[in-house]
Design a protein around this ligand. Sequence first.
Ligand code: BTN
Length: 326
Amino acid sequence: MEREQAILQQLSDGEFHSGEELAVKEGISRAAIWKIIQSLLEQGIEIHAVRGRGYRLAEPLEFLDQATIVASLDAGIDRPIASIEVHQHIDSTNTYLMSRAKCGLPGPAVCLAEGQSAGRGRQGRYWVSPYGANLYLSLLWRFSIEAEALSGLSLVTGVAVTRALQTLGVRGNGLKWPNDVLWRQRKLGGILLEFGGESSGPCYVVAGIGLNVAMPKTLDRAIDQPWVDMRTNLGRGPISRNRLAARLISEIVSAFGAFEKAGFGVFREEWNRLDLALGRRIELRLPNRSVSGVGRGVDDTGALLIETTAGIERYLGGEISLRLDV
Ligand code: BTN
């Protein structure tokens, strides 16, 4: 791992480096360099190998850096961040923060990783998390109110993520209830909220955000749903993941603070503007039945409103999934 890290560091400028140059700098053989390059390719890292010139990354790589992220946070950030950790490899930033939260880690705390070996999505799905390509971020927030009062928080997270994306120039994306971040019906990002603590007392939430920044095309088959990345939306790269991380943290902290004070109601209008199902025929799949109707946005608690033949019905979170009729 450390060797791979060192080679990536050398290639991070996006320029060609010969096998010999890399071997000399690392003090290992060219064959060993070749093996490391193969392992990086297997992890989905896009490296071009050209005879006579050497190796180069498809795009320069900006490593995640704690100090750069801290320096780029909003000056007037509502609440000081207790800790920001950047990991190279981790199983899952959510799993990690949930276990630290159980041991009393103060909030707000942030964990980012260059790559996840067991990234988790909603409904037990696997979140494909290749090294250095995308953003994998989790934020721990402690609430003095009980978990029941937090319905709507997952929608608030979607609004905060959208605000962050928009300040970076992303356009035309919307939200699919409760919080899928989509562009042209493809997944640009996902949000996984996990709760812990007392059900009738102080509790905490870990909000995990995965954003596709520059997903290697070689991983297309590993992803079980239509996807898109920021590079495609913006029509350019490279994208500063440090800046993106700082924007996300600033927006989430500001939105969670506002939610704590005023509840979901103050986000409702903005969420409804981003709602991809508004006024469209939708099908909501529940564990043992499905409901068809027209999407009518959400109410003040974040519950989904569907106009069916029986009138307006409201549905809360859980294992509900929503399909858009195209
Ligand atoms: C979804 O299925 O839409 C939610 C995906 C959430 C993925 C993120 S990546 C950072 C954090 N760590 C995880 O293991 N999952 C979340």
